[in-house]
Design a protein around this ligand. Sequence first.
Ligand SMILES: *[C@@H]1O[C@H](CO)[C@@H](O)[C@H](O)[C@H]1NC(C)=O
Ligand SMILES: *[C@@H]1O[C@H](CO)[C@@H](O)[C@H](O)[C@H]1NC(C)=O
Length: 369
Amino acid sequence: MVVGKIAIAIAAIVFATLAAATTVVLSLISIYIPNQSSPASDYQKCLTVASNFATTVTGPVANITATTGVSVSCPQVSTYSCPGSLVNGVCTWQRKLAITCIDGSTVRIRIQSNGLPSRCMNVPLTAQVKEHDIDFEVNFNPKVSVNSPTQSATTATQLNSISCNVSSQNTAPTSSNMVAYSLQPYLSTMAGLSIDNVVILNVNSADNVDPFYPPAGYEQEGIDECLSHPQASGVYHYHVGSHCVLSPPSGNLTSCGNTNNCLADVISYMIARWPSSAKKLTVIGIANDGHVIYGPYLNNGQLVTSGTDICNGMFYDSNGNYAYFATTKFPYIMSCFGPGNYPSFGPNCTSNGVSSYTMSHYASLRYTG
Ligand SMILES: *[C@@H]1O[C@H](CO)[C@@H](O)[C@H](O)[C@H]1NC(C)=O
Ligand SMILES: *[C@@H]1O[C@H](CO)[C@@H](O)[C@H](O)[C@H]1NC(C)=O
């Protein structure tokens, strides 16, 4: 009898232990399986992308330029090129940035930025750099199709008028439903914002050519070692991917000169400095049409050398997501808001272009044309 009771007690303990263990296992299953089987929601994806930005305040705010930013102090000598206050040869400005994801049946993202970097600049004394009030909202990662490109060139002349045109990004496609709260007319060539709060402009110079690898007869433009420079309205900006968005130099910047082999081959200079930890899909910015901008590498560690359309966007995964990439060939980040098509000829405004465009594997899977 006593033995029987003990056996029952042991059985009860074993059963309870098994039940508890089963509960633990079941709860582990309920924690892990959904994450494996369903892709992250657009809202979650937006939050992940937003977390890459060097934000200074939780948005949305009424007026980004009226917020207290994060101070940046750099040696600079010209009041004109200092976007803040110049005291004893040290220029101090505030970087201000809020990125807000707005949940809903269509997830939206609000970008509020004063366009000033978190690291130093090297700009000519006569070049102005100013604080701006950039504030717009757009559909996040809008659903687009390889079968309905927003930009389609069937002749070389059409391609030149799209890709070699600094005005190609004056308006975002209707699928982006872009609302500008504050975006001055001089920012009409803005293509996106980098995670380090520096504006990305359309690839073309004011002459409608590649600023760093122009065709014969055009001058190359000067930049600093972060591959950025100001334009006439004081917008400090990028045209190409920059290693500085991930690993900025501390302290003063030098210029991108021929002595350091920077100006001789701007893109090779950048690729050589790209952090090895970021040789995978890496968010470097957001485009004004709501698509993500990635660095030059795919998750498999390969440089992006094909798969991009005339705008420089690519369908890069099995879910049909479309994003821009910082590539090594013109148009480097963006020449238009895509998706674009894939003609078998290249543009005439660069000496570092492609002679044809090829769909990515994921684009060709969906292509019905
Ligand atoms: C935003 O704030 C700035 C600086 O405080 C001010 O000059 C500007 O007028 C404000 N803009 C609006 C729309 O209130
Ligand atoms: C490229 O070709 C277009 C005509 O398609 C022409 O208007 C433009 O001037 C050319 N650009 C250069 C840099 O040669």
